[in-house]
Design a protein around this ligand. Sequence first.
Ligand SMILES: NC(=O)c1ccc[n+]([C@@H]2O[C@H](COP(=O)([O-])OP(=O)(O)OC[C@H]3O[C@@H](n4cnc5c(N)ncnc54)[C@H](O)[C@@H]3O)[C@@H](O)[C@H]2O)c1
Length: 307
Amino acid sequence: MKILITEFMDIKCVEMLKLNFDVTVDHDLSTNIDELKKIINSFDALIVRNKTQVNKKVLEKAHNLKFVGRLGVGLDNIDTEYCKNHNIHVQPATGMNANSVAEYVINASLTLLKNIPLMHQETLMANWPRTSITSRELKGKTIGLLGFGLIAKKVSILAKVFDVKIIAYDPYLDPSVGNQFDTKLHDINDVFRMSDIISIHLPLNEDTRNLLNYSAFKKMLKHPVIINSSRGSIVNEEDLIRAYDEKLISGFALDVYNAEPVPKSFLDKIKNNTNCLLTPHVAGVTEESNIRVSDFIANAVKEFFNL
Ligand SMILES: NC(=O)c1ccc[n+]([C@@H]2O[C@H](COP(=O)([O-])OP(=O)(O)OC[C@H]3O[C@@H](n4cnc5c(N)ncnc54)[C@H](O)[C@@H]3O)[C@@H](O)[C@H]2O)c1
């Protein structure tokens, strides 16, 4: 039984898989689709993160493929419809990195409310901004979560200790689900209107693409900080910068982008004195979550093949 791993997986888990499988690890294949198409036919299982595009063109060449393991949760780089129709099992590492992302959201909320990026920059420039830049507490603020799935629920659990009000928009859930987390489910416009912090926890699909555009930012009455750790294209990046320049929002944290790695053309639009936090799609990637995610997928693939 042959497994191909195209992105980083905890080394101990790779070694464990080698006891039962013929394992090939080749990270270059995550971007070299032509080469991936050439060799995929000989593999029974493929393990990826979010870089490898497991699209129809690749899957059409994968006549022996039975299992795709995703070292993470978003499945937008995998043609799940094709897999379903061709009996290929797709296994995300559900919940295994949720805590890492939730911690990132709490950190970003505090950092942006306290204007830490501005304080850091000005202090570094020897301007000693002790009174020129103000700071706010998280206590008493309203956090608005867009999507109330696994990660958003974790955020809501962690946020409670800060004495905040938590509201969420998720039309697919029965409102009683929110009650268990002291979180009131609302209409999206209410979340825009009432929140001091808006954090996005949605899948990327045709309903959510471009959801945070200029007209959405105009509805945000409390000049919130925006946190996106879900998928880049949910936020219109041009409109985000415009909303910040027009003071409709007071800061933003982006872990995910329209295009990744994020192009210089976008970075050039961000000034030194912007209250923002940019990270390279790592909210869910910590030393701890890497082990959990890898362990989960390694066990799932063994179980799938009854080994
Ligand atoms: N940055 C990272 O490192 C990282 C790590 C893990 C997950 N993620 C991303 O975070 C996002 C959330 O992950 P999760 O595990 O919480 O997902 P989840 O599936 O548990 O939750 C998503 C929620 O969104 C709701 N939803 C779906 N479509 C909606 C719509 N159109 N409007 C409103 N609500 C809608 C669903 O009902 C669900 O409750 C995903 O996009 C995932 O890819 C990013």
